[in-house]
Design a protein around this ligand. Structure first.
Ligand SMILES: [Mg+2]
Length: 261
């Protein structure tokens, strides 16, 4: 990772938009600070498209896509897309309804297994707003030790599901998309972007393990300073790193992007 000050302005000039993670990237311990929200508006006012790319539920994405100056949200770690559509939203569950229903049944079985095998595990408090995945709280309201988190991950993998984790949750899903493939699919369907070109025309900002796919796929990648605590979960770190953490770091990155325009 190189400091933000070393980003060359030429590489930022051709940007079409910015993809950003929510928890501990734009949000600071769950809170949208004035600095972060102002940074989002500044990017929007400069003509950049904005898409949230998050492990949070599609139900959260519906609210964000209606209320924030963004084009939509790639939610549940890539699986479910919420697209701003006039004053409303359209939702893409990423599959045929019958397939989605089958995957949901398999997830319900997995939830029961984890409850039996890892009684210490608690579901995240946002699971009711999810369509395609399930999440257990590891660092939001609850703080789980690494052994318990590993035990949950073991049950997820044993059930044939995929797992990923953010700073707050560990997720399980039977969907195919990760944050990167989901984001590229969103950009192709919403903006007609060529998948290869999109990787160079959109920047990504994130902080933790479930951002690994995007840090590896996109060429202009930024981490907020707290990404340093999650480097072991990243096969590739972000190219550039802010000096500040969370929402303050996001505002710092946004200012750098805007300074090149
Ligand atoms: Mg995050």
């Amino acid at each position: 990772m190189r400091p933000l000050a070393e980003v060359d302005r030429a590489s930022l000039r051709g940007l079409r938009g910015v993809l950003f993670d929510l928890d501990d990237t734009v949000l600071s311990h769950g809170v949208l600070t004035r600095a972060a929200y102002e940074a989002i508006w500044s990017l929007h006012d400069a003509g950049l498209h904005l898409v949230a790319v998050t492990g949070r539920p599609s139900g959260w994405g519906e609210v964000l896509a209606r209320q924030w100056p963004i084009d939509g949200a790639v939610t549940e770690n890539g699986a479910v897309h919420v697209v701003r559509d006039g004053i409303g939203v359209t939702i893409d569950e990423g599959g045929e309804p019958a397939d989605v229903a089958v995957r949901r049944e398999r997830l319900a079985l997995l939830v029961a297994t984890v409850a039996e095998k890892v009684p210490r595990a608690r579901l995240a408090d946002d699971v009711h707003a999810r369509r395609s995945d399930v999440a257990w709280d590891i660092g939001e309201r609850d703080k789980l030790d690494p052994e318990t988190i590993a035990a949950i991950a073991h049950e997820i993998v044993a059930a044939g599901a995929r797992t990923t984790r953010s700073s707050v949750h560990i997720h399980a899903t039977y969907e195919r998309d990760d944050k990167a493939s989901g984001a590229v699919r969103f950009l192709r369907e919403r903006f007609g972007e060529d998948p290869g070109a999109a990787l160079g025309r959109w920047a990504f900002v994130g902080d933790s393990g479930n951002d690994a796919a995007c840090f590896s796929a996109f060429r202009l990648t930024f981490g907020v300073a707290n990404v340093r605590a999650h480097l072991r979960q990243l096969s590739l770190p972000p190219r550039w790193v802010a000096s500040k953490e969370r929402g303050e770091g996001f505002a710092e990155i946004a200012a750098k992007i805007l300074s090149a325009r």
